[in-house]
Design a protein around this ligand. Sequence first.
Ligand SMILES: *Cc1c(COP(=O)(O)O)cnc(C)c1O
Length: 378
Amino acid sequence: MKPYLKRAWAEVSLERLRKNIEVIKSLNSENTEVMAVVKADAYGHGYERVVCCLADECGIKYFAVSNLDEAIAVREYCPDAEILILGYTPPEYAHEISENNIIQGVVSTEYAKSLCHNSPDTVRCHVKIDTGMGRIGLRHDSPADCAAEIKDMMSISGLSVEGIYTHFAVADSDAPDNVEYTNKQEKYIIDTYDELVKMGIKLPHMHFMNSAATCYRNNSRSTLSRAGIIIYGLHPDISLPIPEGLEPVMELKAVISQVKTVPAGTCISYGRTFTSPKEMQIATVTIGYADGYSRLLSSKGEILVHGKRCKIVGRVCMDQLMIDVSDVPEAKSGDIVTLIGKDGDDMITADELASIYGTIGYEVVCGISKRVPRIYID
Ligand SMILES: *Cc1c(COP(=O)(O)O)cnc(C)c1O
């Protein structure tokens, strides 16, 4: 089964990726294009194949990443794409931003000036406005003040302001106070844009939709929908359903290395946290926390074996873990097991694993480690 060792691997379905993009496009109005958020190695799915599939097969023209390294990686695969860096780039790298025709998110006038100071060529940017996320961006009491600063920024020599954007903090919640909070954030950026229009400035882009907003409060005023997690078929928040047709793109698999029958009273794994209450069939599986399968799933997680759920017994080790296969008598060494994904009629999602140990699906897929080869299924 070369070129990868059949031990622990992630299967990435490009077919589902393409389908998800179709669904996302159908949610957006004609005025809104998808900006695929591919930071963190495409949420752990792997840049190269994901970005090429999105650009070449889905017609995606806009990409967003978190930093310059990621932007340059995407540029290698997509010579013509528009690539926005959402996060910080040290100003001394400004020449690399312009050299690679990348768009930088700009958070203040001072930062914009230092970028231009460090680049002989024009630096393209979208100005980030902090409307309530409390992370990065311009902060002003009123949209009019915000627009005034943006107008001034436009006269910085060597800076090309091509858009404004903001990021929602709670668009993935339907609680009334959160909905109201997001309404305010949205109104603030739209008002800022409209203030600029009053001053005679019509920027090509204003964008504020993340995955949650794209699903639950799609607004045609946003020229881009910065869709991240839904591209990969996961939930912005586990408590809200996502639009029909979106399906998880990544599956995580490993194999059984050994099956043994143990008598009652047998301790399993480090710390002796599990002792068999009766005679059991225990299988050892070739994946562990060094692969990104969290140790917090010890004695809690379940794994699909021949379509049946089997509980993890004892602690997850660095490279291996043990499961109870007493109800799956056909389980044997070499069998493929599913840690994330479908097997038979059942499915375990990254979102489900996340909820077991108190995190989000985002962290689960981003955390699948480098050691796990990504295998692409067309
Ligand atoms: C990560 C990120 C996104 C994408 O968020 P999802 O919830 O995955 O859609 C959009 N915008 C910004 C600024 C981000 O940092």
